[in-house]
Design a protein around this ligand. Structure first.
Ligand SMILES: Cc1cc2nc3c(=O)[nH]c(=O)nc-3n(C[C@H](O)[C@H](O)[C@H](O)COP(=O)(O)O)c2cc1C
Length: 162
């Protein structure tokens, strides 16, 4: 993955009506998330052009094989609190899932951007911010979005089985 830190979102890949949409495969991360209390699915995106500018987003994640949809808070960024590397990660914290999803195909619909990615001086500050991000996401997500994302997921699945 290249550094696409502040590149505007490309909405030309089925993201109409959304802040962005990223499809990809779940790959192992650095393993910090579980320790922090926010286990994340690290998504290797199919298209770097679909990865939006760095920041924390409210959204929904679908497990394409299982056909399930999950409320999610999504971090797009280089994890500057922990590392100076320039690789942008797409990390999805699903509020209602605590499973390893390695190898699974997923789709992530981004609803809104909560804040920019921050280089926090302590891990505690990051965890406090993430708690707040999840609260904001809970207040942001709607049944209408869930229905729309499920419809897109079903349309996508039926395309692949025809
Ligand atoms: C809701 C949420 C917000 C995050 N915000 C930031 C942030 O502002 N700055 C940062 O350096 N990392 C942020 N992260 C990313 C964490 O640093 C990352 O998930 C953690 O290092 C675990 O990485 P790993 O999955 O590769 O183990 C955020 C993660 C989540 C889930």
């Amino acid at each position: 993955m290249s550094n696409r830190n502040e590149t505007p979102a490309d909405t030309s890949h089925g993201a109409e009506g959304w802040r962005g949409k990223v499809t990809g495969t779940v790959v192992p991360g650095a393993g910090r998330g579980r320790v922090l209390g926010f286990p994340t699915a690290n998504v290797a995106p199919d298209s770097l052009a679909a990865v939006p500018e760095s920041g924390v987003y409210s959204g929904w994640m679908a497990r394409m094989g299982a056909g399930t949809l999950h409320p999610a808070t999504v971090s797009v960024g280089t994890n500057p609190t922990f590392t100076d590397e320039t690789v942008v990660h797409v990390e999805v914290y699903c509020h209602d899932l605590d499973e390893q999803l390695y190898g699974e195909r997923v789709a992530v619909w981004l609803v809104s951007r909560i804040r920019p990615t921050v280089k926090f001086s302590t891990v505690e500050d990051l965890v406090n911010a993430a708690v707040r991000d999840v609260e904001i996401t809970r207040a942001t997500l709607t049944d209408e979005q869930r229905t729309r994302a499920m419809a897109e997921l079903r349309a996508c699945s039926s395309q692949h089985t025809q």
